[in-house]
Design a protein around this ligand. Structure first.
Ligand SMILES: [Zn+2]
Ligand SMILES: [Zn+2]
Length: 157
C-alpha cells in the first residue's frame, strides 16, 4: 500500500517524485525485490510473503531519490494477514502511519527517534537522515535554490 507524491518547484518547474510504503520480499539470494500490490507480482513473491517495506525518498544532502528499507520483519508475513483484515496485520512502519496521519515531517520524527534511541532510517549513500517522503513546506529546489517546493499527493494504491 503506497502513496505517490510530486514535489514541484513553482519557480523553475523542477519535479521530484517520491513514494512509499512499498511491500518487498527477498529472493533465495537475499536480494530485495518488489512484492507487488495489491497482489503478489510473481509466484516467487507469493511463496515468500512480505519481508518488509521500502520507500523512495528524496535525500536532501545527496539531492537524489533513494530507496530505503523502512521496516523489515524477522519472519516474512503471509499475505493473507494483510489483505483479508487490516486490523490483524503485522505492525506497519512508523513512516506509513505518518503518511496516513499527516505527520509528515520525517526529519523531525527521526531526530526524536535518534534522541530516544529509536530506529533511525538513513540514506544508504550518505547516511544522512534528512529524507523527504511527503510534502514539506521548506523544501529547497535543488535547481534554482528557491525555498518552498509544493508537495502534493498524486495517487494512492
Ligand atoms: Zn543521501
Ligand atoms: Zn526551482
Amino acid at each position: 500500500m503506497a502513496v505517490w507524491y510530486v514535489h514541484r518547484c513553482g519557480n523553475c518547474g523542477y519535479i521530484i517524485e517520491t513514494s512509499g510504503q512499498h511491500e518487498f520480499y527477498r529472493d533465495k539470494d537475499g536480494k530485495r525485490k518488489s512484492y507487488g500490490h495489491p497482489t503478489p507480482a510473481s509466484k516467487e513473491a507469493e511463496e515468500c510473503g512480505i519481508c518488509g517495506w521500502y520507500a523512495k525518498e528524496y535525500c536532501v544532502s545527496c539531492d537524489e531519490v533513494i530507496e530505503v528499507v523502512t521496516e523489515e520483519y524477522e519472519e516474512p508475513e503471509p499475505k493473507t494477514r494483510f489483505w483479508s483484515d487490516w486490523s490483524e496485520g503485522p505492525e506497519f512502519p512508523e513512516q506509513m502511519l505518518e503518511v496516513f496521519s499527516e505527520r509528515l515531517d520525517l526529519a523531525e520524527q527521526r531526530k526524536k527517534a535518534e534522541e530516544g534511541g529509536g530506529k533511525v532510517i538513513t540514506c544508504p549513500k550518505c547516511s544522512g537522515f534528512d529524507l523527504v517522503l511527503g510534502p514539506r513546506e521548506e523544501l529547497i529546489c535543488p535547481v534554482c535554490k528557491k525555498v518552498g517546493m509544493k508537495g502534493e499527493m498524486k495517487w494512492m494504491s
